[in-house]
Design a binder for this molecule. Structure first.
Ligand SMILES: [Zn+2]
Length: 260
């Protein structure tokens, strides 16, 4: 498999395009059993960007309620629950269709009107999965969830682990907007793994009250998301895997969560 994006390390520091915009307003669109999609809009004329339009009706309802007109449809990856509504939205609003999935995505920036989206390749859940960074907001699709991570469909555990490591290089205050609300399940799993962890217990209590914790804060994910903690020997000891490497610990955790 040709893949140049799985080496650990920081995302390239790219020169930003001129006229950096103010942060857009982000609307969360819930659809299906637990999917989360997003609409980004500025203060001006109703132009907006749509990310992961998996359900046309759910998105069209929000667009209409806020008098928004999509001009850019994007997906984090090609799974139907993230793109199924795109053609319908394009047909009914005149918005260009979702761009085809790029086979070997590279880091780049999309500029449309006042929006600047940095595209970060994060293979693992799928080979061509990308995340979008807009100001401090990170749209992670099925790569990083609140207290969890995506399943491995097209890549091995090491590939996803290195993608997550690279996302962890982003600043602590980065806001994580995932593609699904699996928060309660993920934190229940995390609490079973490290029952004495007070920070995990606190977040689980919030999730039990019905809080999806979206957006999540990357700094907090680093300390409470078991899949991001595999490089920490203290965590590995607490989780009963002191003898495993970080990568092997991650693979084992992913396996356990699949069977959980
Ligand atoms: Zn998916």
């Amino acid at each position: 498999m040709k893949n140049t994006t799985t080496e650990p390390g920081r995302y390239e520091s790219m020169p930003r395009l001129p006229n950096p915009p103010t942060a857009p307003t982000i609307l969360i669109v819930r659809y299906g059993a637990d999917n989360l999609g997003y609409i980004l809009h500025g203060p001006a004329d109703g132009a907006c960007v749509v990310i992961d339009p998996g359900d046309a009706n759910a998105f069209l309802k929000v667009l209409s309620a806020h008098r928004l007109h999509p001009g850019l449809l994007l997906a984090t990856h090609g799974h139907a629950d993230h793109v199924a509504g795109a053609d319908d939205i394009a047909g009914r609003t005149g918005c260009p269709p979702i761009p085809p999935t790029v086979d070997d995505p590279t880091e780049h920036e999309i500029a449309w009107r006042e929006f600047r989206l940095r595209v970060l390749p994060v293979p693992g859940h799928t080979r061509t999965h990308v995340a979008y960074l807009v100001d401090k907001a990170l749209f992670t699709g099925d790569t990083l969830f609140v207290a969890g991570c995506g399943r491995l469909f097209e890549c091995d555990a090491a590939t996803l682990w290195h993608s997550l490591l690279r996302l962890c290089d982003l600043p602590d205050e980065t806001l994580v907007y995932p593609g699904h609300d699996y928060t309660l399940d993920n934190l229940t799993f995390a609490a079973e793994l490290t029952p004495d962890d007070a920070a995990v217990a606190t977040r689980l209590a919030l999730a039990r009250e019905g809080d999806a914790l979206v957006p999540s804060i990357l700094g907090e994910e680093r300390h409470t998301n078991p899949f991001l903690r595999c490089a920490d020997p203290v965590f590995r000891r607490q989780a009963g895997m002191p003898h495993l490497s970080a990568e092997a610990c991650f693979a084992e955790l992913r396996r356990r969560k699949d069977d959980w």
